[in-house]
Design a protein around this ligand. Structure first.
Ligand code: HPA
Length: 235
């Protein structure tokens, strides 16, 4: 039996999964950071691989773009494959002057314009927060390798192309350090289903300054982030 969206067999996944939106990026992580990685799922080309990092079994799986897509894969991973830890490694936008392209930002919590958490949480405001221990471990390892990370609040949006640009002033004023499309939903489902998670992103575009990283530039900051994520998930 396989799930509607994952065709791996039971036992193919590690309890520890690094996730990212783009299947090509996931294959990059498997090819360059894991030993003996093999493909475990490919439904809709949403690839997943399992291999080893420092002798610990680790999987890496894509979650697509946006909360609805991410929650499909995460729910199936938790409920059918028994995974216990997720670290998202992604890209995000920035709006503040003190955040630059390529900065690595870690979401302590995430606000959202999505209705998903309210749909699940009886229409109350859910405080979507990272797992404290994982967050601390990620920060500790970053310090150890002298990589400056910013820790703070994210904004998870359903709209990559905002219809009202005034929202960016508001986000800047409220000290939002990263804008992505998944973290708030990932944090709430992780609380609901009792797993540990943290979301680490590198800044790929500065919305106010109109800057965007080239594909090559993305890779460098991405490698640091992957190392931080892998070192954190094997603890
Ligand atoms: N907005 C939302 N999600 C993103 C962005 C953005 O500007 N950049 C990378 N992911």
């Amino acid at each position: 039996m396989v799930t509607p969206h994952i065709n791996a067999q039971k036992g193919d996944f590690s309890e520890r999964v690094i996730m990212s939106g783009d299947p090509i990026r996931v294959k990059y992580i498997a090819d360059n950071f894991l030993e003996n990685a093999y493909e475990v799922t490919n439904v809709r080309s949403m690839l997943g691989f399992t291999g080893h990092y420092k002798n610990v079994m680790v999987s890496v799986m894509s979650h697509g773009i946006g909360i609805p897509s991410a929650l499909i894969y995460i729910k199936e991973l938790i409920q059918y494959y028994n995974i216990k830890k997720i670290i998202r490694v992604g890209t995000c936008g920035a709006v503040r002057n003190d955040i630059k392209l390529k900065d690595i930002v870690i979401a302590m919590g995430a606000c959202t314009d999505s209705k998903v958490n309210r749909l699940k949480f009886n229409n109350y405001d859910f405080s979507a927060i990272a797992d404290f221990e994982m967050l601390c471990n990620a920060v500790k390892y970053s310090k150890k390798i002298n990589i400056n990370v910013r820790v703070g609040n994210f904004f998870t949006t359903d709209l990559f192309y905002a219809y009202d640009y005034k929202i960016y002033d508001l986000l800047s004023k409220y000290n939002i350090i990263g804008i992505d499309m998944e973290t708030s939903g990932i944090y709430s489902i992780s609380s609901e289903l009792n797993i540990q998670t943290v979301s680490i992103c590198s800044v790929s575009d500065h919305i106010i300054h109109g800057q965007m990283l080239s594909v090559n530039d993305r890779e460098n900051s991405f490698n640091d982030m992957i190392e931080i994520a892998l070192e954190t998930i094997i603890i």
